[in-house]
Structures are given as C-alpha cells and as structure tokens.
Design a protein around this ligand. Structure first.
Ligand code: 5GP
Length: 240
C-alpha cells in the first residue's frame, strides 16, 4: 500500500510502502529543462516514461544488469528497491550531441570511434558540474571500486540498449544513468531510462524522438513520446 510521500523531484514523486526496503515511484507529466529554468507539461509523458523504463530495466535484468526495478503497479507507478543514490549523473555517448557538441565545438551527429563516458556531480545548486573520477573520490561521492563497477555496468547497458533500439529503427545517441547502493551493499541501476534521459533519433531520417523536442522548442513533443513508445512496444511484440 502507498504510504507517505518521501520525495518529490522534477518528474517523479516517491512514496514509502509498508516494507522499508521498497518504495513506489510515481511518474508525472511535468517537464523541466536547463536546471529548472524551462518548465512545461508533456501530456502522457509520465505513462510513457514509466512503461518504457520498466521494459528496458527488465531487458537489462534478463541480461545480468542489476536494477532497482521490482514490479509495475499501474500506468504511472512502479515498485522499486530503496537505494541510496550515488550523487553522480553518468552520461554515455555514442554520437556527439548536446553539451558535448557545444563544449568541444563538434558538430552534432559526429559518430565516435568508441563510446565515451563522463560524470557530473548531481547537485542542482551547483548546476550538476562535470567532474572526473578523481574528483568523485576527493568529494567522497563513491569509492574507487564503486566507480569501476559503475563504468563497467554503464558500458554494458549501452551495448544492450543500443542493440535493442537498433531493432526498433532508432539510434541511441546518448543517455544519462543514475546508480544506487543497496542496503546490504552492491550497486544497482536506479532512476529511469526514458525519452527524458536518452537521445533517440530515427535511424533513417534522424528525427529526434526524445526530450530535445521540448528543450529546443521543436514541436510535436507528445507525438514523439507516443511514437518512441509505439516503436518499443512493436519491437517487444515482435520478440515475444
Ligand atoms: P547533455 O550533457 O548533452 O545535455 O546530455 C547528455 C544525455 O544525458 C542526454 O541524453 C540527456 O537527455 C541526458 N541528461 C543529462 N543531464 C540530464 C538531466 O539533468 N536530466 C535528464 N532528464 N537527462 C539528462
């Protein structure tokens, strides 16, 4: 049963349950960008993000990647394991886009010879600054062993997701992950994997099917969320 609200973020609310080891995540349609400066609503987003994230976490679990996912409760709500979030945003990129393209003066769309990884410090007040593994150690955000585990899991997740999306006719450009520590120890994938946290481009046309449509005022935001969900469901149906 859903207990008291323990947290409200920009896109999700988190509730306690009768079991102290479990939480309920509830996905909202609220959208923000640029550290909360841009705000809006994307109708239906909460349901898409919940169902997509759960489908992808199940796929990762089947392939040996531990996640916080327990069970989908409804269109917008999911039961997850309670974890202590490692305060790092882990970003894996296959193709130059967004802040990478801007920071390094690279044209969006340039394909990397191998995937890249970077960390930022999950801290809204500081604007989530980029940091390296030594900085993360200096700040005590994670241990060296945890950072190694996070890196290995992130690249493995990239391989699995890239292959899945390729089957949907979609190119996985980049994405952000967050990890958590289980009470008994061990790192698991937490947060969400959705069009809010991934760049997903149609492999044929390059059409953006993700939150960049909202961030950059490209229009057709709701349609893009519906389309990417339909692609995922089509592929899951084909695999079943
Ligand atoms: P960039 O650093 O280029 O802005 O983002 C890289 C990737 O990570 C994109 O797929 C983007 O959606 C995701 N990402 C980075 N930071 C955030 C964040 O604070 N919130 C969300 N939802 N996604 C992020």
């Amino acid at each position: 049963m859903k207990g008291a609200q323990v947290y409200e973020g920009k896109a999700k609310k988190v509730f306690a349950t009768e079991d102290p080891a479990l939480l309920i995540v509830s996905y909202k349609d609220d959208a923000t960008a640029f550290n909360g400066l841009k705000r809006g609503t994307i109708e239906g987003k909460g349901a898409v993000n919940n169902r997509m994230s759960n489908a992808l976490m199940r796929l990762l679990e089947r392939n040996g990647v531990p996640t916080h996912f327990v069970r989908e409760l409804s269109e917008r709500e999911t039961l997850v394991k309670r974890v202590e979030i490692v305060p790092l945003e882990v970003i894996v990129r296959n193709i130059a886009a967004g802040s990478f393209a801007k920071r390094y003066g690279v044209e969006e769309g340039v394909v990397f010879p191998a995937p890249t990884i970077e960390f930022s410090y999950k801290n809204d007040a500081l604007g989530d600054p980029l940091l390296n593994a030594y900085h993360a150690l200096a700040l005590g955000l994670a241990t060296a062993a945890e950072l190694e585990e996070i890196k290995a899991l992130s690249f493995r997740i990239n391989e699995l997701l890239r292959a899945f999306w390729a089957g949907c006719g979609v190119t996985l450009v980049d994405f952000k992950l967050e990890f958590g520590r289980l009470p008994g120890g061990g790192i698991v994938l937490a947060d969400e994997i959705s069009p809010d946290t991934c760049r997903l481009w149609d492999s044929e046309t390059g059409k953006k099917l993700d939150k960049d449509r909202f961030r950059r005022d490209l229009g057709g935001v709701e349609d893009a969320y519906r389309e990417i969900m339909a692609r995922l469901e089509g592929q899951l149906g084909a695999e079943a």
